[in-house]
Design a binder for this molecule. Sequence first.
Ligand code: NAD
Length: 349
Amino acid sequence: MEPLRIGIAGAGAIAQRNAREAATSGAAKIVGVFDVNQKVARDMASALKAPFFSTYEDLLRSQEVEAVLLSTPHHLHRPQTVQAANAGKHVLVEKPMANNLEEAEEMIRACRENGVKLTVNYSFRYLPKIRKAKELIDAGLLGTITGIQIISHQFKDPGYWTGARSNSPDNWRASREKCGGGYLIMNVCHIIDYIYFLTGLKASRIYSEYGTLGSPAEVEDIISISYRLDNGAIGSISASSIMRGTEQSEERIWGTNGSLILNGEGISFYSTRPIDGKRPGQLYTLKKFPEFSWTAEWVRQFAAAVRKADGQPEVSSREGWENLAFIRSAYASLERGAPLEIPKFETVR
Ligand SMILES: NC(=O)c1ccc[n+]([C@@H]2O[C@H](COP(=O)([O-])OP(=O)(O)OC[C@H]3O[C@@H](n4cnc5c(N)ncnc54)[C@H](O)[C@@H]3O)[C@@H](O)[C@H]2O)c1
């Protein structure tokens, strides 16, 4: 397959990994780099032996560029995607897809109208641990899913919000207008993506409580969410970026036949059925998973979708929208002071 020729926009923290993994994926070639911070763009361009561009418009004008990889602050995802689509370029955009559903819909329309493809970087689903969990669930481990619990507790120091961890420091993460929200839209969005991917379920009703209780930011650093899934199952999220000392990240999914736990240890599972060659009625833990470049896999899958006339990105813009529908409804429920129905993608024109 001829490598997908990618122009990079945004050469900050995560772009280091994105560009490196795209370049080494075997499915893409970096043919341009742009960032408003010219120093980081020049550094990346020289490291990748790719041309440097001093404006986004110049990058989009380049005939060499077939697709753009946007690793920019959230409020720029919409305008930069629309501009790229209008220039006939495919788009790989970082998560979250955008800051709100209207923006995401504009991106979907612009890509559809210009006949270009769009994907969102929900690539954690390519982690071997997540793939194995999917295989177990698809084999009937859980039966009918009845409950999901997400715990995501970390400590993010003040510098996280002010850009101190980035090679291109800026405090956009602390701004509600630029970031769209806090720990939920920034971090927990990944977990929501792979929970949807693993279960095939979507949330239908949601309520949240959140606040900013320990960070120099306008956006939340602690959130608690209750939700109902479309099959009637019940889910909850406890997430915080101000948890000192006892950090924990764990997802539990359970059903009529069994349960599965994903955490830093690996996967633990129990089933009343024989699964994965194991006897029923016992708790098993799988700890060893191979190293795998999940971002490179995301790029490979997208490149393959572009090269095939009717190819569809594995991480679709619809899924990006549905992820955002969960997040925006969670935020809106507190503002409304009541549980909210989550909009369905079918309503999008
Ligand atoms: N997939 C992941 O695991 C992961 C991890 C971290 C961040 N992210 C996402 O990546 C995106 C960027 O986050 P980051 O941590 O790299 O932020 P960052 O602040 O380190 O980098 C953002 C870069 O965008 C540049 N920029 C700002 N305005 C621009 C413009 N108009 N055009 C081009 N470049 C511009 C900045 O100069 C900076 O270099 C966000 O969407 C974030 O949520 C994803």
